[in-house]
Write a protein that binds this ligand. Structure first.
Ligand SMILES: Nc1ncnc2c1ncn2[C@@H]1O[C@H](COP(=O)(O)OP(=O)(O)O)[C@@H](O)[C@H]1O
Ligand SMILES: [Mg+2]
Length: 590
């Protein structure tokens, strides 16, 4: 069959087959069964012809019974092979995509944040779920059965030619027409399948974003507008599906027509032959050919479909491999893993930009001694979060160096570095799992005693005990069933049990009210005990005790010193302090 496109991409096919290797025996058996099926398919029609000509038309009853039993046996054998064939190809396909999916997931979780800045999550979900599913079909419906179908056509045409070449040539006359129609259909359907895949990806992306952001949609009463947008995507999806079905609705009747032509030719030419040379062509031959025609037409018609399944699988594979090929992982060339990390941090003339040279941090230099606390202060967008992002190596610095205990952070093993820095963010993320697992993050080394102790220290033990199931309480996705303050406390416990040398608090108290903050302050104090801490807070109460305060403005250090020193300078920090003081005064009086 003439084909175009990705199926000729043997490199891609080879790559897919890398994943078949562990299941080589399943694959080989599938192919063997496929060949067997193709080989025995012409037997039954032949038996029928033989029975008709030699037993029925001659009235040989016992012969007829024997032949019938043989045919029943053949049928059972065929069914048995078919059953195993379907089972094996499905096992093969599903095993391959399970392995691939795990691989893709591992890869995605290791990609650096920069990748997620520009890739919609819905798209990644489509890759790991539905695109992967199309790869399974390569094995269960595509490639292997295409081999079988092709073989079957070849075998049957061979048997037909052998039985009666003249009659065969006549009835197969419309076959080129069928091949032509199949090709046209296959090309059209390929385009429309691709449209469907694209719209599926769009649907997933849209749904994922709007379900995650549903509160924004509702707060701003955007339901109507979003509904319209969703409607448009759905319409495109529906249209793409209808278009592909339209091709089918044309194609199938055309195939019927062509096969009716063959049948007509068979009856016409066959009867003529029986009348003119009855010794060559028998009624049995006609019956046999009628069955053979079905066995030639059906596979050719299905080949178009299966070819598309294969094609879709290849497209899916290409997309999945593209995700696997993104090498946007944080390079982990560091090997150093000191026995104990003290937590001395030094930034030396650090320049940083998310995009090219749009610098968000300019010539940043500061030092935090082990056990000390540094506070970063500044307006929104000043670069506070960026500073801790680069300390964690979520993004790479452009110029300058960051060292921990005098070791360049790029020389430290990446997981080692990150596991020694615990970061508590304002926006706490909780998985839909138990409180316990949300705290330990499934680290088996952390015992329940440690968790309870940490919870007591942070002052969260009581409220957790009151929850149904206590530490086994299942928080809904994103911690929806907990208050912001409670979720924040969970994140403090999480940081505490991981016992980091360096603690980072990025506006960790912003989502709790001033009163709760006073309670949490105790938790924070115990959290910071004996650790190097970097604190970003918009409430000055949290930072007054810091050993050093750094005031950032548009990525540059404007002022630095202790609370008292900075007040004396009477600059930016003083202004901030006055503002805060007066606003807290207002808050208290109201
Ligand atoms: N992922 C990102 N990609 C591109 N620009 C970013 C990203 N995150 C933050 N920025 C930009 O970097 C600057 C500093 O942001 P950030 O460090 O988050 O400020 P702060 O935490 O002080 O409010 C801002 O101008 C912000 O728009
Ligand atoms: Mg920030």
């Amino acid at each position: 069959m003439a084909v175009t496109g990705d199926v000729y991409n043997t490199g891609l096919l080879k790559r897919i087959f890398q994943y078949v290797k562990p299941y080589r025996s399943v694959f080989i058996w599938s192919v063997i069964l496929t060949i067997l099926l193709a080989a025995i398919s012409p037997v039954r029609p032949f038996l029928i012809k033989y029975t008709l000509d030699h037993y029925i038309l001659t009235g040989n009853y016992s012969g007829l019974v024997n032949m019938t039993m043989l045919m029943v046996f053949m049928l059972l054998l065929q069914t048995l092979i078919q059953y195993n064939h379907t089972l094996l190809t499905n096992i093969l396909g599903q095993s391959v995509i399970r392995d691939l999916r795990i691989r893709v997931f591992n890869h995605i979780t290791n990609l650096r944040l920069k990748y997620f800045d520009k890739t919609p999550i819905g798209q990644l979900i489509t890759r790991t779920v539905s695109d992967l599913e199309t790869i399974a079909d390569i094995f269960s419906e595509g490639l292997i059965s295409m081999i079988g179908d092709t073989l079957q056509v070849i075998v049957i045409v061979g048997v037909m030619l052998y039985t009666d070449w003249e009659l065969s040539l006549v009835v197969l006359l419309p076959i080129p027409l069928l091949i032509l129609a199949t090709r046209k259909f296959q090309k059209a359907i390929k385009v429309s399948f691709q449209e469907i895949r694209n719209e599926v990806s769009n649907l997933n992306t849209f749904l994922q974003e709007h379900i995650t952001g549903v509160s924004i949609v509702q707060y701003f009463a955007r339901e109507q507008q979003e509904y319209r947008k969703f409607n448009a995507i759905n319409k495109r999806y529906r249209d793409a599906n209808i278009r592909s079905n339209w091709y089918y609705s044309i194609f199938f009747p055309v195939v019927e027509l062509i096969s009716a032509m063959s049948l007509g030719l068979l009856v016409w030419y066959g009867s003529k032959s029986i009348l003119s040379k009855p010794l060559d062509v028998t009624p049995g031959t006609i019956t046999q050919f009628i069955m053979y025609l079905g066995m030639v037409f059906t596979p050719i018609r299905q080949l178009a479909d299966k070819f598309n399944t294969l094609q879709m699988g290849m497209v899916g594979a290409e997309r999945v491999f593209k995700v696997l090929d993104t090498d946007e992982v944080t390079p982990n060339r560091g090997t150093q893993q000191p026995e104990k990390l003290e937590g001395n941090i030094e930034f030396k003339n650090v320049w940083f930009a998310y995009n090219d040279d749009n610098y968000v941090l300019k010539d940043l230099s500061f030092e935090v001694k082990a056990g000390q606390t540094i506070a970063l202060v500044g307006a929104t967008g000043a670069g506070k979060s960026s500073t801790i992002n680069i300390l964690n190596r979520f993004y790479e610095v452009k110029k300058g160096t960051i060292t921990v205990d005098g070791i360049h952070i790029e020389d430290l093993e990446l997981n080692y570095l990150r596991s020694h820095i615990a970061t508590v963010l304002q926006d706490v993320f909780l998985f839909s799992d138990t409180i316990l697992n949300n705290i330990t993050l499934n680290n088996p080394k952390i015992t329940i005693e440690e968790v309870v102790n940490a919870a007591k220290k942070v002052g969260a033990h009581e409220f957790i005990e009151r929850l149904p199931g206590a530490y086994q309480y299942n928080v809904m996705e994103r911690g929806a069933t907990l208050s912001a303050g409670q979720a924040q406390l969970i994140s403090f416990i999480r940081a505490l049990v991981h016992n980091p040398a360096i603690l980072v608090l990025d506006e960790a108290t912003s989502s709790v009210d001033t009163e709760t903050e006073l309670l949490i302050q105790k938790a924070i104090d115990s959290l910071m005990e004996g650790r190097t801490s970097i604190v970003i807070a918009h409430r000055l109460s949290t930072i007054q005790k810091a050993d050093q305060i750094i005031v950032l403005d548009k990525g540059e250090i404007k002022e630095r010193g202790t609370h008292q020193e900075l007040l004396k300078i009477n600059g930016y920090y003083k202004k901030l302090y006055d503002l805060q003081f007066s606003s807290e005064g207002i808050a208290k009086s109201s």
